[in-house]
Write a protein that binds this ligand. Structure first.
Ligand code: FAD
Length: 525
């Protein structure tokens, strides 16, 4: 009996020690007597995992990691911090796919959003397919790939996608969420109808264009500064079954951009492509880069390399485009495709085609991820630079960056370059686009991989040279997924929106608790 008692009490004490985490030095002791305390982890194993991100450019440990079961748990944590004599920072972490520490909370608490989706009886992705305007309610922690799977079961899907689907709903909506469908439907933030947000005072608010609209517009593209998005209602449309996916090669940048802009306008007289992006492949990468990719075979790449050397171009440009269809309209899709390609001026014979399911198309980066993972080059530092460049300066940008700064360099990674229509962005949202009068701007993404830590300083210098060039040439670039180290940088970034952003911050997160890793507000406003 004594032995049984001793075993039971030691089991209970182990359970209790698992339930009650050890207080962390930098956090108030009474945090650990709240009802949510068993969901807080202070062990090094937990904090180490939340100390860096996909970019591996910044490392900073939180004092604790919080695993909420419900949005109300998040509200309780934030309320506690906001009313504490020593408030601590709180950062929601989606998948940590940022690259400059934006989801870190040095000295504070990282909220592991994925816990919200775990062990729930009520699913946190709910499709409403019946009405004339179908929508999905998705938890902020949900991965887009899971939203896709759930909506496809109803023959529906959101209209705009990021290239990679292992990102969270709350994470991409805090930035903008761009991809090849955005020219027609706007970024993901333009396709949201309603949000549930836990503000920086711990209030749980439902907001939309009509109700609590200032919080709605603030949170979309809001870099996590005004609240934690715990649910988003997203518009749906009928999903196609299949996708004809093409890449068209160009050696001349002016022809490439002219064709891209034709494709995103309504000027083709046809319904056109459903997805339009583009890539830049620097010449040297044909020699030094991979000899085949998930899209291009070795033979394709050898032909493209010959094209590059024949034309003497510093880079080859690809339009990547896709047309959706279902089996019963395959013939009309073929005709439409041919008519569309006839209007374009890519290098004769340089069209590369794939035919895949809708799911395979949207989840295409997964294959690239597996290739990079197996080569050991996925989990490496990523000093990425993403810019929005006004259409009127894109050729100057190309000339100064790809044809000069990067001419003799060959950083590992890929470069995306594709146009979007500015009128598809709602300027009331926090996300910013170039303010020039151009109706089109380009997303230019330099997605570098540092194959060793030693490559990082050089890549960083290269990024700085690009930004300096834009400054000197008077090209008004806006960073997407922006990173600045001073508030001045942020003021310039937001331009005329800055004052309103500071006011909204003072209203919704007056203690500046939320997402400190963005480094926008470091003290109460
Ligand atoms: P995290 O990195 O975890 O968080 C990002 C920021 O949002 C942090 O400040 C965090 O505190 C805050 N946050 C997280 N969750 C919430 C929430 N629920 N509510 C409020 N704030 C929150 N972006 C595109 O637009 N288009 C692309 O095609 C694209 N492709 C990508 C491909 C890869 C391989 C990678 C790594 C990234 C890509 N991104 C793309 C960038 C991506 O949108 C960002 O990394 C974004 O931050 C989403 O990542 P996440 O969900 O892991 O968020």
């Amino acid at each position: 009996c004594f032995l049984a008692f001793a075993i039971l009490s030691s089991v209970l004490s182990v359970v209790a020690s698992q339930l009650r985490p050890l207080p962390a030095a930098g956090l108030p002791d009474d945090l650990f007597s709240l009802g949510i305390a068993p969901r807080i982890r202070t062990d090094r194993n937990s904090t180490a995992k939340a100390s860096t991100d996909f970019g591996q450019m910044v490392k900073a440990a939180p004092e604790a990691v919080f695993h909420p079961a419900t949005p109300a748990d998040i509200a309780e944590l934030i309320r506690f911090s906001a009313s504490s004599a020593a408030p601590f920072p709180v950062a929601p972490r989606g998948e940590g796919h940022s690259w400059r520490g934006q989801a870190l909370a040095p000295g504070g608490v990282v909220v592991d959003m994925s816990s919200l989706g775990r062990g729930h009886r009520a699913p946190r992705i709910n499709v409403s397919a019946a009405g004339a305007e179908p929508f999905v309610d998705a938890g902020g922690e949900q991965l887009w790939v899971d939203v896709l799977r759930a909506t496809l079961r109803h023959g529906l899907a959101p209209r705009v996608w990021t290239d990679y689907l292992r990102l969270t709903v709350g994470g991409t909506l805090s930035n903008a969420g761009i991809g090849g469908q955005a020219f027609r439907h706007g970024p993901q933030i333009a396709n949201v109808q309603e949000l549930d947000v836990v503000t920086g005072t711990g209030e749980m608010v439902t907001c939309s264009r009509d109700v609590n609209s200032d919080l709605f517009f603030a949170a979309l593209g809001g870099l996590g500064q005004f609240g934690v998005i715990t649910r988003a209602r997203i518009r749906l449309a009928p999903a196609p079954k299949r996708v004809r996916w093409v890449r068209l090669a160009y050696s001349d940048v002016a022809t490439f951009t002219k064709d891209q802009e034709l494709l995103i306008s309504n000027r083709t007289g046809l319904i056109g492509f459903d997805y339009v992006e583009g890539q830049v492949q620097l010449n040297r990468s044909f020699i030094e880069g991979p000899k085949s990719t998930p899209f291009f075979s070795g033979t394709d790449l050898a032909r493209l390399a010959r094209l590059a050397s024949r034309t003497g171009s510093v880079a080859i440009y690809y339009i990547e485009a896709a047309m959706y269809y279902t089996e019963d309209n395959a013939i009309s899709m073929d005709k439409k495709m041919k008519a569309l390609l006839d209007q374009l001026s890519f290098e004769k014979g340089f069209v590369f085609t794939k035919d895949v399911t809708f799911m395979q198309f949207l989840d295409r980066v997964r294959e690239e991820e597996s290739v990079l993972r197996s080569a050991g080059v996925w989990e490496v530092p990523h000093p990425w630079l993403n810019l929005f460049v006004p259409r009127s300066r894109i050729l100057d940008f190309d000339n100064g960056v790809f044809k000069a700064l990067l001419k003799d360099a060959n950083p590992a990674g890929i470069i995306l370059m594709y146009p979007m229509n500015k009128d598809m962005w709602d300027d009331r949202m926090t996300a910013v686009t170039p303010t020039m009068n151009d109706d089109v701007f380009y997303a230019v993404s330099m997605l570098w991989s540092a194959l060793s830590m030693d490559d990082v300083p050089q890549l960083e210098r290269g990024n700085k040279a690009v930004l300096d060039f834009c400054d000197q040439a008077g090209i008004e670039c806006k960073q997407y997924l922006p990173h600045y180290t001073s508030q001045d940088g942020w003021r310039q970034h937001f331009g005329t929106k800055w004052r309103q952003i500071a006011e909204l911050k003072a209203r919704y997160d007056p203690q500046a608790l939320l997402s400190p890793g963005q480094r926008i507000f470091s003290k109460p406003v």
